[in-house]
Design a protein around this ligand. Structure first.
Ligand SMILES: [Zn+2]
Length: 300
């Protein structure tokens, strides 16, 4: 009897976890075409894209502040992209109130010019030996500005992380897009002014620089850029590095698209992470991380 009660309690906990992870931002994923390039790692684009979309759904789990859903449809595929571009987002449709992108096309480079790491286990980060977080105050209080894994091993070493680029491109579809009328309206003064509302998370008063196109950061001021280069929505990524969205990335899109009650530190549920023990090797701050910035490549 006692055993049965314990089992029931265990099932209840599992059920509650499932209930809380039901995202009401719903990113519809439609993989359409293209052939995968030769990649390091045994993962594939569809499972990696799924993980990236799941992560953003966790960030905006209550998009309207009332438990109702919001649907964003994303078509994605492999395609030959010019130069060293790794990925490109294109707005396909937008509208509604609050104004949001409703349809997107995302393409990933398959012309062989980029060496991809396709993680077979994108829900965990055991391929990276080190982790660092960064923060800055842009007027609304100390804000996390970067969550970066580095010290890549095995297949991840020296290649561009397809999961990171998927997170970045989906991030464009959620607000930071020069084709999105809400972004254009907000970005007239080349920054995002965080205003009080259900989306600000207590960071109202922050001013986030967007002089780098529909990205975070300042293309013309290398000093100012020091505070932005670790953001997911900075326009380039480094080989052998994995970036998650920082609180700043989540806040910027929340302000543009009025995503309510944002979760500033989304975590995949433990049943999707085969090796939760690897979290123990994380370190919070690493000032020595500056030397790792080389071989950056642009993202669209
Ligand atoms: Zn971009």
């Amino acid at each position: 009897m006692k055993t049965r009660l314990l089992l029931s309690a265990a099932f209840l906990i599992v059920a509650l976890q499932c209930a809380t992870s039901n995202a009401s931002l719903i990113i519809q994923r439609n993989y359409t075409a293209g052939s995968a390039p030769t990649m390091a790692g045994s993962g594939n684009l569809t499972s990696i894209f799924d993980a990236a979309a799941d992560w953003w759904e966790l960030a905006y789990h209550d998009p309207n502040g009332d438990g109702s859903d919001f649907n964003l449809a994303i078509e994605y595929k492999w395609a030959a992209l010019s130069g060293t571009t790794l990925g490109v987002h294109s707005l396909q449709s937008e509208g509604g109130s609050p104004h949001r992108e409703t349809g997107a096309l995302i393409r990933f480079d398959n012309d062989g010019s980029s060496s991809w790491f396709a993680d077979a286990t994108p829900y965990e980060n055991s391929e990276y030996n080190n982790y660092a977080e960064f923060g800055s105050d842009f007027g609304g209080g100390l804000l996390n500005t970067g969550r970066v894994f580095y010290g890549a091993t095995g297949d991840a070493a020296g290649s561009y992380d397809l999961f990171t680029v998927a997170l970045h491109e989906i991030g464009h579809a959620l607000g930071l897009s020069s084709a999105n009328n809400a972004f254009v309206a907000e970005n007239g003064d080349l920054d995002i002014d965080v205003t009080a509302g259900g989306w600000d998370g207590g960071y109202a008063g922050s001013v986030l620089n967007t002089r780098n196109g529909a990205h975070l950061g300042n293309a013309s001021d290398s000093t100012d850029n020091v505070r932005y280069t670790d953001a997911l929505m900075y326009p380039s990524v480094t080989a052998g590095q994995r970036k998650y969205g920082s609180a700043m990335d989540i806040l910027a899109n929340a302000q543009i698209s009025k995503w309510h009650n944002p979760n500033f530190n989304p975590q995949f549920s433990s049943n999707r992470v085969p090796e939760p023990g690897s979290i123990a090797v994380w370190s919070l701050i690493c000032l020595g991380a500056i030397g790792r910035r080389n071989r950056r490549r642009p993202r669209g």
